[in-house]
Design a protein around this ligand. Sequence first.
Ligand code: HEC
Length: 222
Amino acid sequence: MEIGMLHTHVLVVTLFLLFLLFKTILLLVNKKELLTTVRTKFKMVDPILGVLMLATGGYLLSLYGSTAPTYLWVKLVIVIIIIPIGIVAFKKENKAMAIIALLLTFYIYGASEVGSLTFSKEEASTTTENNPAQYAEEVMITGDKVQLIKTGEEIYLAECKKCHGVDGKKGLFKAPDLSKSKLGLYERIAWIKKGKGVMPAYADELRNTEIEAVALYLDKLK
Ligand code: HEC
């Protein structure tokens, strides 16, 4: 369901961008009559795409809960700005405004692809140097293992399922298949504490024993 939503979102944004590009070109080459025809014939396209874009985007944003990265909020604000600029630009046949709307749309499209507002890989933390597994320290897991795994399962279903799926294979936001993960227990604990990119850091949200429990539970997915 979420993957379908992500694909729908990308498709809608792409259509919006192409339609905007088409209208901007018509405006720039002074094909005003054709532009008017296109605008009147397809006057429902922009409102429909706009609503779909915000609805699917809003839904995806809600999946992150309180952990949504800043660039997603900025994107939302920019989209809310683009829609009226676009409407006014073509109504008043204002080339500068049409170009601004087009550039802003390209910008958020690119920012989404890279997962960062400044297009820096580091901010998007997709670099391998920032791999939480490298921060793994030795931990001693104490306590009843069966009980820990049960607690781990509860936490997994409450916190992790939405992106990783019940079986660890869902892969929302390109999350790796946990049933095939080669990380050891300590590396997993470090991952869960530190997070990375879209994957939230749980160090402040869960107690150490809870993090250990869910890390232990991941073995059950294999
Ligand atoms: C918002 C979505 C999201 C949630 C919620 C989430 N993850 Fe992740 N997780 C990801 C993504 C995306 C990656 C890959 C990050 C990257 O490589 O940049 C990942 C990576 C991982 C990895 C590393 C796997 C590997 O082999 O490299 C582990 C382990 C993991 N998550 C466990 C968990 C656990 C346990 C929870 C719940 C406590 C959780 N995740 C919650 C999205 C999520």
